[in-house]
Design a protein around this ligand. Structure first.
Ligand code: 4NP
Length: 153
């Protein structure tokens, strides 16, 4: 069983999409646990942002079962890979990690597509639906690579 956690700031825009996209690419298989969490506490308990729900729907995905939650220290033990949506969240996670083993679990998601470039999935919260469609495309590509690797194992 491989457990993957997607992390952004609010857990309402980017990481809920990443969670929904990867689950779908893994055919909702019970061999994997895919979850998401946020580094900030402003949106705990909320549904994903309406614009994330919209672009998910445009791609035939339903993410309305999700509720925002805060990242916890237990997540370092409970997950095998922790994907940060951008370098801000990556740095925050590395700062929190108490051991080298925990630090080694944290990765920047777009490095799966562009290795070592440390590119961000841009925060779309203050932008338009267009920005959310762009986020979706980036995450779709990254999750293609991640799913291929996981399914080949
Ligand atoms: P997310 O987007 O980190 O992709 O969920 C954001 C959501 C909320 C805020 C910032 C980013 N906020 O400032 O409330």
């Amino acid at each position: 069983m491989t457990k993957i956690l997607m992390v952004c700031l609010g857990n309402i825009c980017r990481s809920p999409l990443a969670e929904g996209i990867l689950k779908d690419k893994l055919n909702n298989s019970e061999e994997f646990i895919i979850d998401s969490a946020g580094m900030g506490n402003s949106h705990i308990g909320e549904l994903p942002d309406k614009r994330s729900i919209l672009v998910a729907n445009e791609n035939k995905l339903d993410i309305t079962y999700q509720r925002a939650r805060l990242f916890t220290m237990d997540d370092f033990d409970n997950f095998d890979i922790i994907y940060a949506m951008d370098h801000f969240n990556y740095k925050a996670l590395i700062k929190l990690a108490a051991t080298e083993e925990h630090k080694a679990k944290v990765k920047i998601i777009l490095n799966e597509v562009f290795p070592n470039e440390n590119l961000d999935v841009p925060d779309p919260f203050y932008s338009s639906t267009f920005a959310f469609r762009n986020v979706y495309k980036m995450l779709d590509e990254a999750c293609d690579v991640i799913a291929d690797k996981l399914l080949k194992k």
